[in-house]
Design a protein around this ligand. Structure first.
Ligand code: KIV
Ligand code: ZN
Length: 512
């Protein structure tokens, strides 16, 4: 059996299914380029048939990515598979990942199909997918809660039809490591043609065991592909986290004896990019990528680490891309240095005028803040979308009055489809007043389900990064805004969320 472990990243598909984490085509493309720098083997770029927007995003990624295989999800029907194949037409290496539910509960209640119908549809889907691309992955959705005899029949049949990767999802995060590992082992032992496929694990984190279950699927079950997401992004409690599973395999090579192609120094840039793009903040004590992951606060630990690093550290911070906050640019930096830094950070801008606009915003920031960090540039690039002409809403200017004992008051000037509006309101605080001033015109009727502020680089001099999550008519969106003035950052985040809320989206859920 191969000792190479395939890392299949699904941040842009399963991760994006997390309510509020939906990304624009440009954002997805930027993350895909970072995943390529990270050297993931397979990038699941989206679910091409779910919406025109996702089709375009999969297509853009397939056209741009050269080193990683690009994959699209497709339900087990001809239309979905044809959309996936069309979107992937430009890829160097393309994979179609088709799925259908096989658990009694899903077949009866969700699909309203008999097991025989599901078996036939799975076979036909893989046959058709193979006629469109050479690399086909099949997933029996809710596989872990499926009847093992039936699952063996389905998997044997789809391998015979040409599926070269078999993925066994624990769709609802119900598995326990030992049981999941043995489940995969049993399937591999019982299915006569199991050696014709690479086995893959796909674990959700509802009981906090996605990483442990995935590793058991590899160690006990013999799987050689792990499906995972950056920062563990994903629906509900998320998916198996890429950084944790990769560093477990690397750090405990003595136990797993497996190789991964990942360039681990690209982990932190990927983590930051996903967090800043989606507004999903990484908890400080998160393994590998949390702000405290390598911080030693207790005197005993600090003393130990200074004497011999491995007393309390099993990984080196620099190996996963942590570097002390570097001052990368300042007030005197020129356009070329700025452009180079954008490239180094994997930020692609479509035109020279977009770079010029970003550079002007950088200069504006450098006038207010002497030290500009990578995080500032990433935030500034995400922020560009708020002011970009193609967006419906953009911030022009704002002012607030707040004084002890007085009710705060705000005036916000913003554009709606290029036309200037002026909103005015009181509020509980300056942020509340500013957002109410915008809402007095927009009248979105959206409910705010999350508001959070995070200092990008530590001190009070830093930019504040604000995430606003809005919910309306069954849709949930996140807006992110950054500025040294957190009231301005809040207004930007609110407008960014409105832009997403009002964009035309007609997504079909993968588990729907
Ligand atoms: O969790 C799941 O079952 C999935 C499938 C669509 C592979 O994401
Ligand atoms: Zn999933």
């Amino acid at each position: 059996m191969s000792d190479q472990l395939i890392i299949f990243d699904t941040t842009l598909r399963d991760g994006e299914q997390s309510p509020g984490a939906s990304m624009t085509k440009d954002e997805k493309l930027r993350i895909a380029r970072q995943l390529e720098r990270l050297k993931v083997d397979v990038i699941e770029a989206g679910f091409a048939a779910s919406s025109n927007g996702d089709f375009d995003a999969v297509k853009a990624i397939a056209d741009a990515i050269k080193d990683s295989t690009v994959c699209s999800l497709a339900r087990a029907n001809d239309r979905d598979i044809a959309r996936a194949a069309d979107a992937l037409a430009g890829a160097n290496r393309a994979r179609i990942h088709t799925f259908i539910a096989t658990s009694p509960l899903h077949m009866e209640k969700k699909l309203r199909m008999t097991p025989e119908q599901v078996l036939e549809q799975a076979k036909q889907a893989v046959r058709y997918a193979r006629s469109r691309v050479g690399d086909v992955e099949f997933s029996p959705e809710d596989g872990y809660r499926s009847d093992v005899d039936f699952l063996c029949r389905v998997i044997e049949a789809v391998i015979a039809e040409g599926a070269s990767t078999i993925n066994v999802p624990d769709t609802v995060g119900y598995a326990i490591p030992e049981l999941y590992g043995n489940f995969i082992k049993t399937l591999r032992e019982r299915i006569p043609n199991s050696d014709k496929a690479i086995w893959s694990v796909h674990c959700h984190n509802d009981l906090g065991m996605a990483v442990a279950n995935s590793l058991a699927g590899v160690k006990i079950g013999g799987a050689r592909q792990i499906e995972c997401t950056i920062n563990g992004l994903g629906e509900r409690a998320g998916n198996c986290s890429l950084e944790e599973v990769v560093m477990a395999v690397k750090t405990r090579r003595d136990y797993f004896g497996l190789e991964v192609a990942i360039d681990t120094t690209q982990i932190m840039p990927a983590s930051r990019m996903v967090s800043q793009t989606t507004g999903f903040v990484v908890q400080p004590n998160k393994a590998v990528v949390g702000a405290n992951a390598f911080a030693h606060a207790s005197g005993i630990h600090q003393d130990g680490v200074l004497k011999a690093r491995d007393t309390y550290e099993i990984m080196r911070a620099e190996d996963v891309g942590w570097s002390a906050n570097k001052i990368v640019l300042g007030k005197l930096s020129g356009r070329n240095a700025f452009k180079q830094r954008l490239q180094d950070l994997g930020i692609e801008m479509e035109s020279e005028s977009e770079i010029n606009a970003a550079f002007a915003r950088f200069k504006e920031l450098a006038d207010r803040k002497s030290e500009i960090f990578d995080e500032d540039i990433l935030a500034l690039a995400s922020d560009e979308s708020v002011t970009a002409e193609k967006e419906q809403y953009g911030l022009v200017s704002m002012s607030q009055r707040s004084e002890t004992g007085e009710r705060p008051h705000a005036v916000v000037v913003f554009t709606v489809d290029g036309k200037e509006m002026r909103g005015e309101s009181d509020g509980n605080g300056p942020v509340d007043a500013s957002l109410k001033a915008i809402e007095s015109h927009v009248k979105s009727g959206a409910e705010m389900v999350l508001y959070s502020v995070n200092a990008i680089s530590g001190s009070t001099e830093s930019q504040g990064e604000v995430t606003v999550r809005l919910q309306h008519g069954g849709r949930v969106v996140n807006g992110v805004g950054a500025d040294p003035d957190i009231v301005v950052a809040s207004a930007k985040a609110y407008l960014s969320a409105l832009n997403k809320l009002h964009s035309k989206a007609d997504r079909v859920a993968a588990q729907g």
